[in-house]
Design a protein around this ligand. Structure first.
Ligand SMILES: Cc1cc2nc3c(=O)[nH]c(=O)nc-3n(C[C@H](O)[C@H](O)[C@H](O)COP(=O)(O)OP(=O)(O)OC[C@H]3O[C@@H](n4cnc5c(N)ncnc54)[C@H](O)[C@@H]3O)c2cc1C
Length: 391
């Protein structure tokens, strides 16, 4: 089977998981990434292994994907997650009303919940607001945004995948109606060259619309940035979520000695031009403090923005991105008359493995191979293996 060559564009979590999946299915795999691996959105996210509860009221598809992948990832990547669980906290009567919908939605999506009194919640998290009315415990967890996907890259490399970092796709080579490879620039040498492939997979996250433009096909992608704020001090040990519909500053994730508060949401056309609005940082302080008052006076450590690849109409009138689903989708562009080119996009860092499975299923089916997915069972190498000196 190794005579079939798959070329993946984008070294985020999705591309890394896909390289692992396709290598396990016996394909020859090359992945090209314009920077370091995880240097796009993946390395800058909140670090929350979603239970799916955040989406359980309005976005069942994404909620179910999250709880399924949450369970699988804990099995194939043991030791990667802080098994700290999450709490949804109500600090107003309106929050309590949403809490009832949350518990119902979680039950419909098979997400386990446990309702806690304020006293039980304060016993777990003493820094929670004195205004706390109720809390619901869910199987969220903290993850390291870079180390988790590195385990996929490390295992893919062990199984023969070639990862070319600092290698940017400048153009996609098309002969007639078929994609035959890519033209790249190696940013370390300045050299430009071509890489041929039997199939090219666009896993460029919020940049996937730009890659699709090179081929002349359409991917409905809406890059939607959000701001994250990291403050010094571990102000909670569990993931704290506000018991409201998804909104600004409604999640606090403890990361090592920091607490990271996120996020906001708007939409852009260019994922390389996000900016970092100061008022969004202030919103992270004020909204975070509604759940954990110590956030208000916590020492600033860092703030940054990253863009979600959300599936939605490109270049539509401005909206906030909140109304778009967090689910993922695989596009076989043969449907638009272009062979040999597939896009996988949308989703979450939590669903990287499931996204890879969906894309790899399409790839092997297109190549006429009988090669089932094995990534639900195969345990991943530790992240350190990514840095191991070959030989
Ligand atoms: C603020 C924020 C917080 C989030 N928090 C969470 C969270 O807590 N938990 C969670 O599960 N999800 C979270 N997400 C969502 C998650 O981060 C993304 O869904 C996921 O990281 C996307 O991964 P990806 O591999 O598809 O895209 P990316 O990580 O962006 O990877 C795409 C890669 O393609 C590369 N690329 C682009 N153009 C080219 C080119 N021409 N040639 C070669 N390479 C190219 C880029 O450099 C990039 O590395 C968050 C997102 C945001 C924005």
């Amino acid at each position: 089977m190794a005579e079939f060559h798959a070329l993946i564009i984008g070294g985020g979590g999705t591309g890394g998981a896909l390289a692992h999946d396709l290598a396990l299915r016996g394909l020859r795999v090359t992945l090209v990434e314009r920077g370091e691996v995880t240097s796009g959105t993946t390395g800058r996210h909140h670090g929350l292994l979603h239970s799916g509860a955040r989406y359980a009221v309005k976005d069942h598809e994404s909620a179910i994907e999250c709880i399924e992948e949450n369970t699988i990832l804990r099995k194939i990547a043991p030791g990667t997650f802080e098994e700290n669980d999450g709490l949804f906290v109500a600090v107003t009567e309106e929050d309590v009303e949403y809490g009832n919908l949350l518990i119902e939605g979680c039950a419909e999506c098979d997400i386990p919940t446990e309702r806690l009194t304020p006293e039980q919640a304060w016993a777990l998290e003493p820094n929670l607001s004195p205004n706390l009315i109720m809390a619901v415990r869910v199987p969220d967890a903290t993850m390291d945004a870079m180390r988790m996907p590195l385990r996929f890259f490390a295992t893919a490399i062990k199984n023969g995948a070639v990862i070319k970092t600092y290698t940017e796709v400048l153009d996609v080579i098309k002969e007639g109606g078929t994609v035959r490879g890519v033209r790249v620039r190696d940013h370390t040498s300045g050299k430009e060259y071509e890489i041929g492939a039997d199939i090219v997979i666009n896993a460029a996250g919020p940049w996937c619309g730009r890659i699709a433009d090179m081929v002349g096909v359409e991917v409905p992608i809406r890059p939607s940035p959000g701001v994250m704020l990291a403050v010094r001090g571990r102000l909670c040990n569990m993931v704290i979520n506000r018991m409201t519909p998804a909104g600004d500053g409604d999640i606090i994730v403890p990361q090592r000695g920091l607490s990271v508060i996120g996020t906001s949401s708007w939409v852009v056309d260019d994922p390389d031009d996000l900016g970092l609005p100061e008022d969004h940082i202030q919103t992270m302080y004020s909204e975070g403090a509604m759940m954990v008052p110590l956030v208000r006076k916590a020492e600033f450590r860092a703030a940054w923005a990253a863009a979600r690849p959300l599936i939605g109409p490109r270049r539509a009138d401005a909206d906030t991105g909140r109304e778009l689903s967090r689910t993922f989708k695989c596009f076989d562009h043969a449907d638009e008359g272009v062979e040999g080119f597939v896009t996988i996009t949308g989703g979450k860092a939590t669903t990287l493995r499931g996204m890879a499975e969906a894309a790899a299923d399409v790839v092997v089916q297109k190549l006429g191979l009988d090669a089932p997915c094995r990534t639900r069972e195969v345990e991943l190498l530790p992240f350190e293996a990514y840095y191991a000196i070959p030989g």
